[in-house]
Design a protein around this ligand. Structure first.
Ligand code: DC
Length: 221
């Protein structure tokens, strides 16, 4: 069974996706982490962010592994190295949408995501899971929240990771990424027609997870 979770940055997708996966005994796949890992590699190699041919070439040789530690954060392995913390840095966040908008890069990463999903029951979160990666997913959700709440949540998350950011910087970054992610030509952020829309603005994490869990249980029976 595949559960697809899409939505804009900071809506709380990854938090609820991870808890939901654990409750269901499914593997959790954070597809945003994969785009972030590739972006890290692009920046480490000093490849200019607009050099699409080199970024495409790099994406074709990269190896990204995700290890779902049940009680801790997801471990992201890039070419054998643990990059779980490095991919959350502001520099990666600033450029990741520019890497993710490249069609040929998406083709490579989508292929990896489908491979993960073929092996086990999975919960995947991202921007194009229900529309492109797994259009036949048994359950699809679109998780949203007001812009103000999304900024606050992302700000708290980054402070929790020990990063020095201001709410203003986070707001700018979210607006910029939402714009690129939803207006790009290659699989832009869209709600799949059959996806269940959940506005999490006034809901706690537990309430969102409960709602999703009950809906998933219904489709399994
Ligand atoms: O969910 P996140 O903030 O970690 O995602 C990082 C970026 O990756 C996001 O700005 C858009 C891109 N992304 C994407 O284009 N498609 C996905 N399936 C997941 C993420």
């Amino acid at each position: 069974m595949i559960i697809a979770i899409d939505g804009p940055a900071g809506a709380g997708k990854s938090t609820v996706a991870k808890i939901l996966a654990k409750k269901l005994g499914f593997l959790y796949i954070d597809t945003g982490a994969m785009y972030r890992a590739l972006t890290l590699k692009v920046l480490e190699r000093n490849i200019p962010i607009n050099d699409e041919p080199r970024i495409i070439q790099l994406s074709q040789g990269v190896k990204i592994d995700l290890r779902d530690n049940l009680d801790g954060p997801l471990t992201v392995i890039l070419d054998g190295e643990d990059v779980s913390l490095a991919i959350r840095k502001a520099r990666i966040t600033r450029f990741v949408s520019d890497v993710a908008k490249i069609k040929q890069v998406r083709q490579v990463l989508v292929k990896m995501q489908r491979k993960f999903g073929q092996k086990r029951n999975c919960v995947l979160d991202g921007r194009d899971i229900g529309t492109v990666v797994f259009p036949r997913a048994q359950k699809k959700f679109f998780i949203d929240a007001s812009a103000g709440v999304r900024v606050k949540r992302r700000f708290q998350e980054l402070i929790g990771l020990g990063q020095k950011v201001t709410e203003n910087e986070v707001a700018k970054d979210l607006t910029n990424r939402d714009k690129i992610d939803s207006t790009r030509q290659a699989s832009p952020l869209r709600q799949a027609p059959e996806a269940i829309y959940i506005d999490t603005t006034d809901l706690s994490i537990e309430q969102v997870v409960e709602k999703m869990f009950n809906l998933c249980k219904l489709s399994r029976t």
